[in-house]
Design a protein around this ligand. Structure first.
Ligand code: FE
Ligand code: CA
Length: 538
């Protein structure tokens, strides 16, 4: 007997609670009319698309329920219209038990810069309909694309709250649908739930393939997350909680033996549940090593780069005794932070790949990565008489983020400065707060002729994971004047509209994370003008 409560259309779900926020919007919710949440039990985990290119996109689903054969044929269709009157591609793909009955279908031969609709069918049941799109091509008519609407999101801890933010993302309150979602890490959390959680994780902490698969299935059962996947393609990168808090390469937080096997299981489950190309399917050896960084040209408007700051990093310095993972340390107690500048956050190969790949011809370079890049000291940093000095032995830093790898950050920002990379915008998450920052080679140098602004940073807050107290952020902000905006007690995501002339950022914030029907409103808006790094409040 199907659960009838769940057979509401996404359109209706989106209308719930979204109405107040939409009252002043210029357009009503135009949504995929046929899309249904868990329309049929076999497709209870929804559909998704991702990794868009000018001529292809990846379609994803995973069959749910018991008694599935080792191989189940899944029919698929891609149409040029919402009513599936003009089918442009169709076929059948086996869902295999070995892949948790997930499908990763790379549909090729599509036209650039246009919307498509897709659906699956298996075992006599039909999936919800998803909407997706291709990127504009680097050459030809579509390259002259005028606009990109996208969102960044991260950190959706299930037991910390509901995901009204995803309803807002799917319902395009700005009147324009999102072309793309960039998910920047912490799609799941591996923990068990404490008593009294808003909604509990099923089972305890997960560390096995079966455990991770079940955790993804629980997260993917959320109708609002399904709605956000169904409206546009996603580009996904991972952070730590897809595996374990604060892990670094093949080192677990507790230096536990057998971490490589745990990581391999987690990486595999991540691939199984994300709209990633079949070619990325991980192998067991070496902790499931997987290349997830990449780049995409959005016509001649922007080059988008996404990177992996987990898999290839050096371990965090100065951990608490007997363990790995992060710590918050004074620089004077952990001088290796600056005396070992060769330490890496990306690994040498990825760092080189990024340095060589910046576009010097497009007006914008967007860098999607996991965490806050701007220096964030929790204690005062003294004035420096000699600006050539590498850094003062002052300040207090969290070692898991870029502050734990200042040499790597300096190398990245130096490339942007030396090559005069246009329109560099760093996008991040992880720290469960909205930060808007100026990125300079020397954050304490306020004279722009000595240390020019080389990039703008938007670190978006969490979808639901709780943040620190605003009082702690306020206390630190006065030591970090290059951070123009810092808010840790708001949940949500950031919506962007990019044109050749400017980038507009809209910090969307959930009124009540304990309420799935919460309103979502703009907490702040910022604008970055092309050719002039640094965000101004709009
Ligand atoms: Fe997080
Ligand atoms: Ca994280």
């Amino acid at each position: 007997m199907p659960d009838l409560r769940r057979r509401r259309s996404l359109g209706r779900l989106l209308a719930l609670g979204a109405a107040p926020a939409l009252a002043s919007a210029c357009a009503p919710v135009a949504f995929v009319r046929d899309a249904r949440v868990a329309d049929t039990p076999r497709f209870a985990l929804g559909v998704a698309s991702g990794s868009p290119a000018a001529d292809s996109v990846v379609l994803w689903t995973r069959l749910a329920g018991d008694a599935l054969a080792a191989e189940v044929p899944v029919a698929w269709e891609v149409a040029a219209d919402e009513g599936f009157g003009r089918i442009v591609a169709r076929g059948s793909e086996p869902a295999r038990a070995n892949d948790a009955h997930s499908i990763h279908l790379q549909v090729r031969g599509l036209e650039p810069a246009r919307w498509y609709w897709y659906r699956f069918a298996a075992l006599g049941q039909r999936s919800p309909v998803g909407r997706t799109r291709t990127a504009p091509a680097a050459e030809g008519a579509s390259a002259a694309v005028a606009r990109l609407d996208f969102a960044i999101a991260s950190c959706q801890r299930w037991d910390h709250g509901y995901w009204a933010a995803w309803r807002d993302a799917a319902a395009h309150p700005s009147g324009r649908p999102l072309d793309l979602v960039l998910f920047l890490g912490d799609y799941i959390y591996e923990y068990g739930s404490p008593p009294g959680a808003v909604r509990a994780h099923e089972g305890g902490a997960v560390s096995t393939l079966e455990g991770y698969r079940a955790r993804y299935a629980q997260y993917k059962s959320d109708p609002l997350l399904q709605a956000a996947h169904a409206v546009c393609p996603w580009i996904v990168i991972w952070d730590d909680h897809e595996v374990e808090n604060d892990y670094a390469a093949l080192q677990g937080e507790h230096l536990q033996p057998g971490f490589a096997a745990r990581r391999a299981a987690a990486y595999r489950a991540w691939w199984e549940h994300m709209p990633l190309p079949p070619a990325l399917r991980p192998v067991e050896a070496g902790g499931g090593a997987m290349t997830i960084h990449g780049r995409l040209d959005w016509g001649r408007l922007a080059r988008l780069h996404w990177i992996d700051t987990r898999q290839f990093r050096d371990p965090q310095l100065c951990p608490r005794p007997g363990r790995g993972g992060s710590n918050t340390v004074r620089l004077r107690d952990c001088p290796a932070l600056i005396t070992e500048p060769a330490r890496t956050l990306l690994g040498a190969a990825q760092e080189r790949w990024l340095a060589e790949g910046w576009s010097l011809t497009q007006p914008w370079n967007l860098l999607a990565q996991q965490t806050l890049m701007a220096r964030f000291t929790r204690e005062a940093v003294g004035s420096r008489p000699d600006p050539r000095e590498p850094a003062a032995m002052q300040g207090r830093y969290w070692t898991d983020g870029w502050d734990g790898y200042p040499g790597a950050r300096q190398r990245l920002l130096s490339v942007l400065a030396e090559r005069k990379v246009p329109g560099a915008v760093v996008l991040g998450g992880d720290v469960h707060a909205n930060y808007v920052a100026d990125l300079r080679l020397d954050p304490d140098e306020t004279d722009p002729t000595r240390s020019p602004l080389v990039a703008t940073e938007f670190c978006g807050t969490s979808i639901s994971s709780r943040g620190s107290a605003q009082s702690a952020v306020d206390a630190a902000l006065r030591f970090n004047p290059h951070i123009r905006h810092g808010r840790s007690e708001e949940r949500g995501y950031v919506r962007f509209a990019l044109t050749r002339e400017r980038l507009e950022a809209d910090l969307r914030v959930v009124a009540d994370p304990k309420d799935a029907n919460s309103t979502v409103t703009s907490a702040a808006r910022f604008v970055v003008e092309a050719g002039k790094p640094g965000a101004e409040r709009a």
